[in-house]
Design a protein around this ligand. Structure first.
Ligand SMILES: NC(=O)C1=CN([C@@H]2O[C@H](COP(=O)(O)OP(=O)(O)OC[C@H]3O[C@@H](n4cnc5c(N)ncnc54)[C@H](O)[C@@H]3O)[C@@H](O)[C@H]2O)C=CC1
Ligand SMILES: O=C(O)[C@@H]1CCC=N1
Length: 266
């Protein structure tokens, strides 16, 4: 499938790079570009891949994966645009950046795929959603899917849903970690050593996630199984309802989707 170049080797760029290597893609077929020289050295030492300039990477690679911040995307596209050939596939992982925006910065007719991944890709449990740009062929979309499948599940969504995907699964791990932090804090308040609280919460989260995935049961059914009449869980859930925690989650995820839309302004 030719050389894959990762433009911007920060948190998400490294996550994808390491996943592709774990999935068996040879290091010789992967290149990175990185604005911070010390970061480029760190990753070339760690993974044995080459670091090139943006222009060199655009000229060499068949697949160009853009993993810079949304705010840095216009400058990157202006730099590499003239070097993106008809046969290339451009895959963007940036929140909020539309395929229209990318296509408008490239020569006419270039193939673009927009992807929203998430950080559990680091442990091959990622969730990514892909949307094809107007010139992307089915085999190119399949190629983008296969790159992402190296690090977890992949689904396809109409591009108009990508801001919602970003708010749900893109940012989603942060909401879960936030809940975990709060539960650990509660254990400490109840007099538990922090390490014990962390072990209890981590395994509970893992067990609950596995139940959701493996039983296929609705979360309401699973929650009701835990909630004995007049018991401890019911007492806790009443307090969460009193604090409008469910409504807060809905509003928070709406705010993330609004922010994703704003980022498309560049
Ligand atoms: N961190 C996350 O959980 C997720 C991030 N994303 C998207 O991935 C993209 C990157 O996010 P992070 O990795 O978190 O950010 P980051 O700041 O860790 O990484 C971005 C990297 O790009 C480099 N860079 C910036 N401009 C460059 C240029 N012109 N040429 C070469 N390198 C350049 C920076 O030095 C930095 O290392 C963003 O667009 C974000 O929306 C998407 C899903 C999840
Ligand atoms: O917070 C952000 O903007 C990025 C996009 C999704 C997750 N992190």
């Amino acid at each position: 499938m030719g050389t894959v170049a990762i433009f911007g080797a920060g948190v998400m760029g490294e996550t994808l790079l390491s996943g592709l290597l774990r999935a068996g893609r040879p290091a010789e077929e992967l290149v990175i570009t990185e604005r911070r020289p010390e970061r480029a050295v760190e990753l070339t030492d760690k993974y044995g891949v080459r670091a090139l300039s943006n222009v060199e990477a655009a000229a060499e690679a068949e697949t160009l994966v853009l993993v810079v911040k949304p705010q840095d995307m216009a400058a990157l596209l202006e730099e590499i645009g003239p070097h993106v050939a008809q046969a290339n596939l451009v895959v963007s992982l940036a929140a909020g950046i539309t395929t229209d925006f990318i296509e408008s910065h490239l020569p006419e007719g270039r193939s673009v795929v927009r992807v929203m991944p998430n950080t559990p890709a680091l442990v091959d449990e990622g969730m990514a959603a892909v949307s094809a740009g107007r010139h992307c062929q089915p085999d190119q979309l399949e190629h983008a899917r296969s790159l992402l499948a190296a690090t977890g599940k992949v689904t396809e969504v109409p591009e108009k849903l990508q801001d919602a995907v970003t708010a749900m699964s893109g940012s989603g791990p942060a909401y879960i970690f936030y809940v975990v932090e709060a539960m650990i804090e509660a254990g400490v308040v109840l007099g538990m050593p922090r390490a014990t609280a962390t072990e209890l919460v981590t395994q509970t989260l893992y067990g609950a996630a596995t139940m959701l995935r493996e039983t296929g049961q609705h979360p309401t059914v699973l929650r009701e199984q835990v909630t004995s009449p007049g018991g401890t869980t019911a007492a806790a859930l009443r307090v969460l309802d009193d604090h409008k925690v469910r409504a807060a989650f809905v509003s928070a995820i709406e705010a993330a989707a609004v922010r994703s839309k704003e980022l498309s302004g560049g």
